[in-house]
Ligand binder design. Structure first.
Ligand SMILES: [Cu+2]
Length: 263
């Protein structure tokens, strides 16, 4: 039966449909403004995945509509369908093609992740404390200065955010930076970001963490190193004792912790 299918024609239609769907989907700026060195790489990864998904969608639609049109029962035909047992060629195709697509997607994502998490020589470390329903931040390289509800980082310098959840799981997300990382009670998770555009952004908790989840936000300011130094020097408080203890108690998950940098 496979031999009688117009495979070349179906593939042709699939390619044209893939191009058309991709063109529409790629015309949308899904992730919005970008403000970190990782953002363009993640956006490109998404674009590639969109094209691959469009191909799979187009292929399934072409086969579905071909089958609907070609094998429709004639009016009055009440007979059973043809009994079909395995089709080796088809089974090999539908195993091999998805395997290649998934392996490619996995390998490409791995390479991008490796690239954007490559530790820089002189990162700044920021401790991020997440609790229902607020964020606060400690600057270990600046005498453990502490800020509540407002995070400042210098421009063009890798920031390593060490997450310390105080109660339930929260998640650290600044959309313009693209990076997302869960803050999990008991362990230290690390988000690595190099902000490359000055501006004011919003940190959003992106893990449903309770009644006040929707309002769990903080202001994020990316500023020049000089402005950052001035701001952090003027902070009146240092990290309070219970939060400082959570740093010690949490288990480090990064195999090569970079320590408290950021002088
Ligand atoms: Cu939360």
């Amino acid at each position: 039966m496979m031999g009688r299918l117009p495979i070349a024609k179906m593939l042709g239609v699939t390619v044209v449909l893939t191009a058309a769907i991709s063109a529409v989907m790629l015309s949308v700026n899904w992730n919005g403004q970008d403000a970190s060195t990782a953002a363009p790489k993640i956006d490109q990864l998404l674009d590639v995945m969109i094209v691959l998904s469009s191909f799979v969608f187009a292929l399934v639609m072409v086969m579905l509509f071909y089958a609907l049109w070609k094998f429709k029962a004639k009016p009055g035909d009440e007979s059973d369908g043809e009994p079909i047992h395995g089709n080796t060629r088809l089974e090999i195709a539908w195993t091999v093609i998805p395997t290649i697509i998934v392996l490619f997607g996995g390998g490409y994502s791995w390479a991008v992740l490796n690239d954007i998490e490559e530790p820089a020589k002189d990162p700044i470390t920021v401790n991020v404390f997440a609790q229902q329903y607020a964020w606060s931040f400690g600057y270990p390289g600046k005498g453990n200065a502490w800020s509540e509800g407002e995070l400042h980082v210098p421009l063009d310098r890798q920031a390593q955010f060490k997450m310390h959840a105080q109660d339930v799981i929260h998640s650290f997300w600044v959309p313009e930076w693209r990076i997302k990382k869960d803050a999990v009670p008991g362990i230290t998770t690390t988000a690595i970001v190099t902000p490359d555009k000055l501006g004011t952004y919003q940190l959003i908790c992106t893990e449903l963490c309770g009644f006040g989840h929707a309002s769990m936000r903080a202001k994020v300011v990316v500023e020049t190193p000089a402005d950052f130094r001035k701001w952090v020097a003027a902070l009146p408080d240092t990290v309070p004792q219970p939060l400082a203890e959570s740093i010690v108690q949490d288990t480090e998950t990064d195999p090569v912790p970079l320590g408290a940098g950021g002088a």
